[in-house]
Design a protein around this ligand. Sequence first.
Ligand code: PLP
Length: 240
Amino acid sequence: MTNEQHPAAAARRAEIAEGIAAVRARIAAACAAAGRDEDELTLIAVTKTFPASDVRLLAGLGLTDVGENRDQEARPKAAECADLPLTWHFVGSVQTNKARAVARYADVVHSVDRSRLVSALSDAAARAERTLRCLVQVSLDEAEGRGGAAPGDVPRIADEIAAASGLELGGVMAVAPLGADPAPAFARLAGIAADVRGNHPEARIVSAGMSGDLEQAIACGATHLRVGTALLGGRRAIVR
Ligand SMILES: *Cc1c(COP(=O)(O)O)cnc(C)c1O
């Protein structure tokens, strides 16, 4: 019996297919409400804490983009799935000393929030002979320390990425503040994204929206949604 035919694998496949259908329906409804075209949106399946076998199932079900937030976990998973036609998004904070590792498998880094990381990723991209698309992560709740640049620093970091060899400025990313209405935060992000596009018209990515707030993100112009739980189910807490 191959893995695909195994009853447990078939059940997991059905569960994930259901998750994809439910998320696609939410996206369709939110696009209809916002007068947007679904083709403008890229759905990134955030696979952190889930095994490589789930990544394989997602790819088999037509997903093209996956996201991870920790290098230790992402590196072996990306290696196991190297045969799949996937775009890998790194959505967690990147320690400067992990830049080299991340540059070898990530296609898009969503969490660039400081100059030192721009130079580390540029060196790493050169070494890996790859081009990394980078997004400036914006902190929408500056007090919380969940990563991200202060809004006032975003234009400078965007310019640095655009000027760095081996890097391509893709746009901006943010996580909605915890416990607050995401809509005003995403509206603020949309303004920051428009400012960045003023100087860098090619930087069209707005990465916003997760399982709990993808509708509000779509209403505010998000182009990339990072969805974990709603596609794959609940994550077990991981001990670091
Ligand atoms: C885990 C994670 C997500 C996905 O969150 P869900 O609520 O499970 O959809 C999105 N973005 C980032 C940065 C994450 O770390």
